[in-house]
Design a protein around this ligand. Sequence first.
Ligand code: HEC
Length: 197
Amino acid sequence: MTSKALTRIAVIVTITALAVPSLFAMDKNSGTPESIPLRTVADYVRAVIMAHRHFYTIHIVNRLGKERIVDTSENWQATHSLPLPVQLLQETSEMAELTAPNVRYHLISQWPINKSNAPANEFERMALKEVQIHPNRPYSSTTGGGEKQLFETVYADVAVTTACVECHNSHPNSPKSDFKVGDVMGGLVISFPVSNQ
Ligand code: HEC
């Protein structure tokens, strides 16, 4: 074997020796998502949704409304007004589904202004009852099987500002007119597939 060939072998062995441990390290790192509990994933998603919703409500809806620049309205597209905070959620959930199919979130309530936001099944009915009693304890379940298995969890949706209660209490379609700040007004439902295939 020539010294050139020996040098070449030495270079290949060195590169392999350096690369293999880093490949293992990469593998180790990329394998961790499977071990994150589903509830923790939902908590992360909720944190981002609520941060955007609160920012939108406080700094955009309230401010533009107070300064009479533009109002919010259910018919925001037709009336050239701003979408309501609840509609921000509906619209962004539809957009999220384009890049992450079956990742969904929406608001529900046992006193809905819009009847299509009433609980849609037994799980949602139970969840609303439970979060009403224990607002700090989300209610979760896993439904379906195989690739269609979905994780669903419902968080209490609390009246964090007077704007929430004033608008709901005075809305003509609201079945409840005595909400107070701090009350659980409904629930935020988050669902996503269990399988990451
Ligand atoms: C300016 C009025 C307004 C404000 C402010 C407002 N909402 Fe609503 N909210 C509505 C309307 C109208 C709907 C129904 C919209 C639809 O789906 O057509 C709704 C829907 C909801 C729903 C779904 C059930 C239902 O009533 O249809 C929940 C839960 C909810 N809002 C909670 C809140 C909370 C909590 C706040 C404060 C952080 C808040 N809302 C602020 C007007 C308002």
